[in-house]
Ligand binder design. Structure first.
Ligand code: FES
Length: 193
């Protein structure tokens, strides 16, 4: 039987990413703890574990991903266990266990977008930003460019099916994409870096 500590290691083994240069490393400060406790206090006494997801979102926004070192800290904040936190982190595709690039591109691969050119667009974007599409087949299907500027992740439906192919760059949705629009979009984001 797998020991919990082995399971945690398997789920959260550190995978270095060139994107790390665009995010600060995880550091448990008093300010971060205060923000985590504010989230914990939104739930009734005895239900502190309910704050696990909000705290994960807080950390992902600040540090880009959920690093292995942060798991015991998260567990401590909401009176949970490391294995519980690791289970949640590994369950949701939207939670990253590897640091993304500065500009994280999600490409919808669900049927409507696939049929309207999404699959080809995914390959085209990988080629443009220098990511090997084979990287997208791993446990966490995300590739990061060598300069850390870009990451690409195929995702399921982005809830805009009638206007595909759809992609998201960080939190912004871009619809009815084609190669020309991708070229312009990449140039625009690269100029903001
Ligand atoms: S299938 Fe792509 S947004 Fe729904």
């Amino acid at each position: 039987m797998t020991e919990p500590t082995d399971a945690i290691s398997a789920l959260t083994a550190k995978r270095p990413s060139p994107g790390e240069k665009y995010y600060p490393p995880f550091k448990p400060t008093a300010e971060l703890e205060k923000e985590a406790q504010r989230l914990v206090n939104m739930y009734p006494e005895g239900k502190e574990q309910s704050a696990v997801l909000p705290i994960i979102h807080l950390l992902q926004e600040k540090f880009g991903y959920i690093c292995p070192e942060s798991l015991p800290w998260i567990a401590e904040q909401c009176k949970s266990t490391e294995i519980h936190v690791a289970g949640i982190v590994s369950f949701y595709p939207g939670i990253h266990t590897r640091c993304p690039g500065k500009w994280h591109i999600r490409v919808c691969r669900t049927i409507a977008c696939s049929l309207s050119g999404g699959e080809e667009l995914l390959r085209y974007i990988c080629e443009k930003v220098g990511i090997d599409p084979a990287e997208l087949d791993g446990a966490e299907p995300m590739g990061v460019s060598a300069d850390g500027l870009w990451s690409v992740e195929p995702v399921e439906c982005l809830a805009n099916c009638g206007f595909g192919p759809n992609i998201m760059v960080n939190d912004t949705l871009h619809s009815r994409m084609n190669k020309e629009k991708v070229d312009q979009l990449l140039a625009d984001y690269a100029a903001k870096a």
